[in-house]
Ligand binder design. Structure first.
Ligand code: ARG
Length: 675
C-alpha cells in the first residue's frame, strides 16, 4: 500500500479528493472501477485512518474515467506522519526528531546532538529553523553553510515540508507543506473540545499553592494576582492532562490570633458559646481595633500572650474562637472566589501545626539546621543580609516559636510524601523569592523533596495605580477586592447599555447582567494575565474595558463576531463526519497564515506548561485575531467563489472561534454570543 502511494510522482490531479486518499489504491487493487467509489462515497473506508472518503468535483459522465491512473490521485495529498497521528507529537517535535536523526547520521561521534529547532525568527525564513549547523561547524572547524547544506539534504521532511532551505550563516529553514497544514486542520476540526491536542502521556501530579490570603487581614491585590495567575496555570495544566491539586495555603495560624481571640472574648463573648448568628461584620476592622488595644493596653498584651499559649495547647474555648474567626474570613474569601469562579482546596498553615516540632527535630538531628544565638537556623545559599552577615533560614525562634518557614518545610514534607507531588508551584509576589529559594534548598538538603521533585517559585510584580503609584483608593485607603471587582462589573454594564442604545439593540435584563459580569470580571483577569507576570502593571478600568487593543472585551467581541459569520454560513461542522470531509483550501496567503497560527496553539500551551507565563496565551490570541482580520479582509467567506472554498473558509472561521473560546476558557473567562 505504502509503496503504491509513494511511487506516484508528481502527477497533477484533475480532481479533488477530500480527506481520504488511500482509498484509491484499495480500489485499484481490487480492480473496482472508479464510478463505484465516486457514487457510493460512503461505502468505503480508508485503511489508514478509517475515514469515509468523499470524492467530488469529478464529473465522470462528462469527462470519462481516468483509467489506469487511479493511484495518482494520491500524489496530491499525504497522510499525517505516524508520529503525529499515532504518538501525537507536535510538528516541532517531529522536525526536531528528524533533524536529530540526520545529525546522528552525519556526525556519528557526536553524543546526543541538539537539533536546536525553534520557530522561524522571521516569516520569510519559513515556519521553523534549525540552528544546529552553527555550533557544530564551530566545534568541528567546518564551514557552517556546508554543514547546513548537509543537514538539509539528510533530513527527511518531504512528507510535511517543502525542500528545506539553507540561509547564511548556517540556518536550515523549514516551510510546512500546505497539504500537511490542511490535514492538521482537519484533525483539529474533528475534535471541537480539544482541538486535536492530546493530553500529555506522562501525567504529573502538580500541586499549585496559590491565592493564600491571611485570616482577619486584608485580602489585597497581591492575593488577587496570585488567584488569577494560579487559576490560569491550573487550568492549562489540567487541560494538558496533569493531576492538579489547587491548594489555598491560608495564613490561619500565628501570633495575631492571641490578640484577636482575647479581643473577641471581651467584645463578642456570645460568639464563643456557639451562637452561629453572631456576625462580626468586617473582620479587618475588628483586627484593627484589636491591634489598637494591643498597642495601647499593656494588660491586654499579657492576656493576648496567654491566649496564644492556650490556643497552641488546644484549649477548647480558644480553639472555638479561632475556628469562628477562620469561618468568618472564609465566608468573605469565598465571595471573591465565587465572583472569579475559582476553585480551591483550603489547607491552611494550621494544618501542618502538629508536625512542626518533629520537623525541627529532624532538621536538627540530621545537622541540616544548627542552633545560632538560641534560634534554630539553616544556612543555605550563602545569602547575606545587612553588614555582610550570613542570613539563615530560621525555623525556630529563640523563644521556641515556629514561623512561616517552619510551616513551609513541613508543607513540602507532606506534599512530597503524602500528596506524591512531582512538581510544586508557589504563586506569590516577587518579594518572597529569597524565602522560597532558601526553603527549596533546605528541603532538598533534608531530603523532604526528592532530587527529581520540581519546586518552583512563580513570582509576580506589583499592581500599581495609573502613573505607577501605590495602589490605593482616592481617599488613600487600600482598595477592597470586592469593591474593585464590583466596580469593573458596574462599568462594563454601563458600557454595554450605552452600546445597545447607540446601536438600537435590545437585550433582556438577565442577559445584560450576564454580559456585565463576564466582561467586568474577564477584563480584570485579562489585564492581569496579559502582562509578563514578573513586571509591575498599572490598573486602569478604562484600558481594561476598552473594546480596542489586547483586552478581554476585544477578545470576547472577536469571538462573537467570528461565531456570527460561521453561524450565517448555516453548516454544522460540529458533526464529526462533516468535519472530516472538509478540504481546506489555503491558496490565499492570509488563509495559510491564519491556518499556521491556529496550529500553534499546542506549542504555546507546552511553553506555558514549562514557563508558567499566561501572557503567552494572551499574546497568541491577539496575534490570532489579527491574522483572522487580515484573512477576513482579503477572502470573502459567505460569498466565496465556489462551494468548496466557502466551506473551507467557514471551517477556518469555526476553528478560529473554537480556538479563541478554548484560550478564553483557559484564562478563566467564559464566552458570550453577543456583546
Ligand atoms: N499567606 C502568604 C501571604 O499572604 C502567602 C502564602 C504562600 N504560600 C506558602 N506556602 N508560603 O503572603
Amino acid at each position: 500500500m505504502k509503496r503504491l502511494f509513494r511511487s506516484v510522482g508528481n502527477w497533477t490531479p484533475v480532481f479533488t479528493v477530500v480527506s481520504c486518499f488511500q482509498v484509491a489504491p484499495i480500489a485499484f487493487r481490487r480492480n473496482c472501477c472508479f464510478v463505484r467509489i465516486i457514487c457510493n462515497n460512503n461505502r468505503h473506508r480508508c485503511f489508514g485512518c478509517g475515514i469515509r472518503p468523499n470524492i467530488f468535483s469529478w464529473n465522470w459522465k462528462r469527462r470519462g474515467l481516468p483509467r489506469g491512473k487511479v493511484s495518482f490521485i494520491h500524489s496530491r495529498l499525504v497522510h499525517l506522519p505516524s508520529e503525529v497521528s499515532v504518538t501525537s507529537m507536535t510538528t516541532r517535535e517531529v522536525l526536531a526528531t528528524r533533524v536529530t536523526e540526520a545529525l546522528n547520521n552525519l556526525f556519528p561521534d557526536e553524543e546526543s546532538p541538539d537539533p536546536q529547532l525553534t520557530a522561524a525568527t522571521r516569516p520569510e525564513f519559513g515556519d521553523y529553523q534549525s540552528n544546529a549547523a552553527l555550533s557544530l561547524a564551530k566545534k568541528k572547524k567546518m564551514n557552517p553553510l556546508q554543514v547546513a547544506e548537509e543537514i538539509a539534504k539528510h533530513t527527511k521532511t518531504d512528507d510535511i515540508c517543502e525542500q528545506p532551505q539553507v540561509a547564511p550563516p548556517g540556518f536550515v529553514n523549514f516551510t510546512l507543506k500546505k497539504e500537511y497544514v490542511a490535514l492538521l486542520l482537519q484533525k483539529m476540526l474533528a475534535d471541537p473540545q480539544r482541538l486535536g491536542i492530546a493530553p500529555r502521556e506522562k501525567k504529573q501530579r502538580v500541586l499549585v499553592d496559590f491565592s493564600s490570603p491571611n485570616i482577619a487581614k486584608e485580602m489585597h491585590v497581591g492575593h488577587l494576582r496570585s488567584t488569577i495567575i494560579g487559576d490560569c496555570i491550573c487550568r492549562v495544566l489540567e487541560f494538558l492532562g496533569h493531576d492538579v491539586l489547587r491548594i489555598n495555603h491560608v495564613g490561619d495560624w500565628g501570633t495575631q490570633f492571641g490578640m484577636l481571640i482575647a479581643y473577641l472574648k471581651q467584645v463578642k463573648p456570645d460568639a464563643l458559646i456557639g451562637s452561629t448568628t453572631t456576625s462580626l461584620g468586617d473582620l479587618v476592622e475588628f483586627y484593627k481595633a484589636a491591634k489598637k488595644k494591643f498597642d495601647e493596653d499593656s494588660e491586654f498584651q499579657e492576656t493576648a500572650r496567654r491566649e496564644v499559649v492556650a490556643l497552641q495547647a488546644g484549649d477548647e474555648s480558644s480553639v472555638r474562637a479561632w475556628s469562628f474567626l477562620c469561618e468568618q474570613s472564609r465566608k468573605e474569601f469565598q465571595q471573591i472566589y465565587d465572583m472569579l469562579d475559582v476553585k480551591l482546596t483550603e489547607r491552611g498553615e494550621s494544618f501542618y501545626n502538629e508536625w512542626l516540632g518533629e520537623v525541627c527535630k529532624e532538621l536538627e538531628d540530621s545537622g541540616v539546621a544548627v542552633r545560632d544565638e538560641g534560634a534554630l537556623c539553616i544556612f543555605v545559599g550563602g545569602h547575606t543580609g545587612r553588614q555582610g552577615k550570613a542570613q539563615p533560614l530560621i525555623v525556630r525562634k529563640s523563644d521556641g516559636g515556629f514561623n512561616y518557614a517552619t510551616t513551609d518545610m513541613a508543607a513540602i514534607r507532606y506534599r512530597v510524601k503524602e500528596d506524591k507531588a512531582d512538581r510544586i508551584l508557589y504563586i506569590t509576589d516577587a518579594g518572597q523569592a529569597l524565602h522560597f529559594s532558601q526553603v527549596f534548598e533546605a528541603a532538598k538538603r533534608m531530603g523532604y523533596a526528592k532530587p527529581e521533585t520540581k519546586l518552583e517559585h512563580v513570582p509576580f510584580g506589583l499592581v500599581q495605580s495609573e502613573g505607577g503609584k501605590k495602589f490605593k483608593t482616592r481617599q488613600g485607603e487600600t482598595v477592597k477586592l470586592k469593591d474593585l471587582l464590583q466596580e469593573a462589573v458596574r462599568r462594563a454594564e454601563e458600557d454595554f447599555r450605552n452600546r445597545l442604545q447607540a446601536e438600537g439593540r435590545e437585550e433582556s435584563e438577565e442577559y445584560i447582567k450576564r454580559v456585565a459580569h463576564v466582561i467586568g470580571i474577564g477584563a480584570v483577569k485579562y489585564a492581569d494575565l496579559k502582562n509578563n507576570r514578573t513586571s509591575n502593571y498599572q490598573f486602569s478600568y478604562t484600558k481594561m474595558l476598552s473594546l480596542q487593543g489586547n483586552t478581554a472585551p476585544y477578545m470576547l467581541y472577536a469571538f462573537a463576531r467570528i461565531q456570527g459569520i460561521y453561524r450565517k454560513g448555516d453548516i454544522d461542522l460540529n458533526q464529526g463526519h462533516q468535519a472530516e470531509n472538509v478540504q481546506f483550501i489555503l491558496d490565499d496567503p492570509t488563509e495559510l497564515s491564519l491556518a499556521k497560527m491556529l496550529l500553534q496553539l499546542e506549542e504555546m500551551l507546552f511553553l506555558l506548561e514549562r514557563d508558567l507565563k499566561p501572557n503567552i496565551l494572551c499574546d497568541y490570541m491577539f496575534e490570532l485575531s489579527q491574522r483572522f482580520n487580515q484573512f477576513y479582509e482579503n477572502c470573502p467567506v459567505l460569498k466565496a467563489e465556489t462551494v468548496d472554498l466557502r466551506t473551507s473558509r467557514l471551517a477556518l472561521c469555526k476553528l478560529t472561534a473554537n480556538t479563541l473560546a478554548l484560550c478564553l476558557h483557559l484564562l478563566g473567562i467564559p464566552t458570550l454570543e453577543r456583546i
